[in-house]
Design a protein around this ligand. Structure first.
Ligand code: CA
Length: 232
């Protein structure tokens, strides 16, 4: 996520939408506003976070959430709804909402939850994994205090892996997160960039200290070992 985070707001009530849009823009976010399912489908591939009102005129919000999840498995989703029953809440979380707010809610709380979701999903400004430190605002990486020269894509790949050390990422997930949903090539590009990144990290794929190949699955960044004195 290199540009400013883009938020897709699916909300049919123009007054609510305008209020949230102004507040989000003041915080430096770009907004796509969709009033219905058709508009939502147009913006969904391009967004970094989805804020979804469940009560929409032309489409069932829960069904839309299910479709969004199928298209963008890792997209952070905040559900907004007037429905206050436990069944709807549990159901939304089960089919992939990350957070949930019941109307009426305060705009300040909405902004705080959006920002918390973005942080959780894309990492804060500084990420430390053992001897690696990433400054995601300055796009700098150091290894044991020594700066590594990474290309923009190498940096994005490393940052993605580093947001969740130990977590396995499929090539498809890395493609969507690093290259974006509009990328036209094959997932071989992921292997190429992992190899370039390994060279810069001085990592040996047969005895990795950083990036491990999970055969038939994808890649992960190893969690720091406790017995290694260079890590914490
Ligand atoms: Ca509504």
């Amino acid at each position: 996520m290199y540009s400013m985070p883009k938020i897709l707001l699916i909300e049919d009530d123009p007054q609510v939408a305008q209020l949230l849009q102004i507040a989000l823009e003041q915080k430096g976010h770009a907004i796509y506003w969709a009033r219905n399912g058709d508009e939502a489908a147009r913006y969904l591939p391009k967004t970094d976070l989805l804020a979804l009102d469940l009560g929409l005129p032309d489409v069932d919000g829960v069904e839309l959430l299910r479709q969004a999840r199928a298209l963008r498995p890792r997209l952070p989703v905040l559900v907004l709804t007037a429905r206050d029953d436990e069944h709807t809440k549990v159901y939304c979380l089960e089919i992939g909402a990350d957070d949930y707010m019941t109307k009426p809610f305060s705009v300040l709380e909405f902004i705080a939850r959006v920002q918390a979701l973005l942080r959780r999903s894309y990492g804060g400004p500084r990420i430390r994994v053992g001897p690696l430190e990433l400054d995601t605002e300055g796009y700098r990486v150091t290894l044991e205090g020594r700066e590594l020269k990474l290309s923009k894509t190498e940096f994005a790949l490393l940052r993605t892996l580093a947001t969740a050390p130990g977590r396995v990422w499929s090539r498809g997930e890395l493609l969507e997160t690093v290259w974006g949903p509009d990328f036209d090539g094959t997932d071989r590009v992921v292997d190429v960039y992992v190899n370039m990144l390994r060279k810069k990290l001085g990592d040996d794929p047969r005895d990795p200290h950083f990036i491990e190949t999970m055969v038939g699955v994808g890649y992960r960044l190893l969690e720091p070992k406790r017995d290694n004195p260079t890590v914490f």
